[in-house]
Design a protein around this ligand. Structure first.
Ligand SMILES: NC(=O)c1ccc[n+]([C@@H]2O[C@H](COP(=O)([O-])OP(=O)(O)OC[C@H]3O[C@@H](n4cnc5c(N)ncnc54)[C@H](OP(=O)(O)O)[C@@H]3O)[C@@H](O)[C@H]2O)c1
Length: 298
């Protein structure tokens, strides 16, 4: 079989060519896959067609064109409205939904697809649009393992495409969890930039030092995940009380520099609540117990 024939068999359709959908289609094209595209406003397909994409006249024609159908629309209601009338065309195909939504919506859409004889993968693009097509762009998928195995190579052209498991709800769960993780890190970064900025430090100079510090933070995540799994929190990285005291210093210094304390206040509260439930001399990963128990331990 020639390379082209192999790619022909792996053809993919992309429905929804907004900021993200257009980048998805571009990545498939760049990897050499026959790519059919459809967008409500047809002009958004022009640049992709110029790069070799096949224009479908309707959403139904786009579904019929390929064994793998990727949709990337604003929300699941739009997906329902668009695919509902063409559901029978999905029979025997795999639907990959890279629209952001909730676990409930993912589960419901998987059931709907199964009811129409289609395989289903829910997915989430985790790394914005700029990195799509590069190995560092994280894409998470969940749902039919068979569907993922069949289309693994095509989906890998988007970046680091990871299958999380058979439960279609996992992708949106990871999506929101990773979004919160990124925002936690960014909130800490913005606070730090404001703090050093009050001493006249250029944010770009600080960013270089901060980025060099991140491998240490990543190594803590790996170690602490094991501690959380074991339910034991050794305090080699400092006790909750020691970190709470350090956080008080950060709050004090921030106030002295005339900047806001929202970010360190939040962390200080978490550490103090964790000490209050008996983890004062435990390691800092015990904060997870405060979060897991929610309001019950207040
Ligand atoms: N952009 C990002 O960085 C990013 C990152 C991660 C995840 N996502 C997710 O990706 C999904 C798409 O985001 P986006 O940034 O690509 O959005 P976008 O640029 O606003 O594009 C939305 C797309 O949906 C189409 N659309 C909207 N309403 C429609 C309808 N009623 N019928 C048919 N098509 C309709 C639009 O078509 P028209 O061109 O005709 O308006 C457009 O192609 C969202 O769920 C978003 O959360 C985006």
């Amino acid at each position: 079989m020639s390379k082209n024939e192999n790619h022909e068999r792996s053809a993919v359709s992309v429905i929804g060519l907004g900021q993200m959908g257009a980048r998805l289609a571009q990545a498939f094209l760049a990897a050499g896959y026959t790519t059919t595209v459809w967008n409500r406003s047809a002009a958004k397909a022009d640049a992709l067609v110029a790069q070799g994409a096949v224009r479908a006249a309707t959403a139904e024609a786009a579904v019929a064109a390929s064994p793998l159908v990727v949709v990337c629309l604003p929300d699941y209601t739009t997906v329902d409205d668009l695919l509902g009338p063409v559901a029978e065309s999905l029979r025997g195909r795999v639907l990959v939904n890279l629209t952001s939504g909730t676990p409930e919506e993912a589960a419901r859409t998987a059931d709907w697809a199964a009811g129409h004889g289609a395989g289903y993968l829910d997915g989430a693009a985790m790394s914005g649009t700029r990195l799509v097509g590069r190995p560092e762009a994280l894409f998470v998928f969940s749902g039919s393992p068979e569907a993922f195995a069949t289309h693994r190579a095509v989906l890998a052209s988007l970046g680091n495409s990871v299958h999380l498991g058979a439960d279609p709800a996992l992708a949106p769960v990871y999506d929101t969890a990773l979004f919160g993780l990124a925002w936690g890190a960014l909130a800490g970064f913005y606070h730090a930039v404001a703090l050093v900025g009050a001493s006249g430090v250029d944010p770009t100079v600080f960013a270089t030092v901060a980025a060099g510090h991140m491998p240490f933070v990543t190594s803590l995540m790996t170690d602490h995940a094991r501690q959380i799994q074991d339910g034991r929190f050794p305090n080699d990285d400092g006790t909750v009380e020691v970190h709470a005291a350090a956080m008080e210093h950060l709050v004090h210094t921030s106030r002295a520099q005339g900047i806001g304390t929202d970010v360190p206040d939040l962390i200080e509260t978490l550490l103090k609540r964790t000490a209050a439930i008996g983890h004062g001399v435990s390691g800092i990963a015990s904060v997870v117990e405060t979060i897991t128990k929610g309001e019950r331990n207040v």
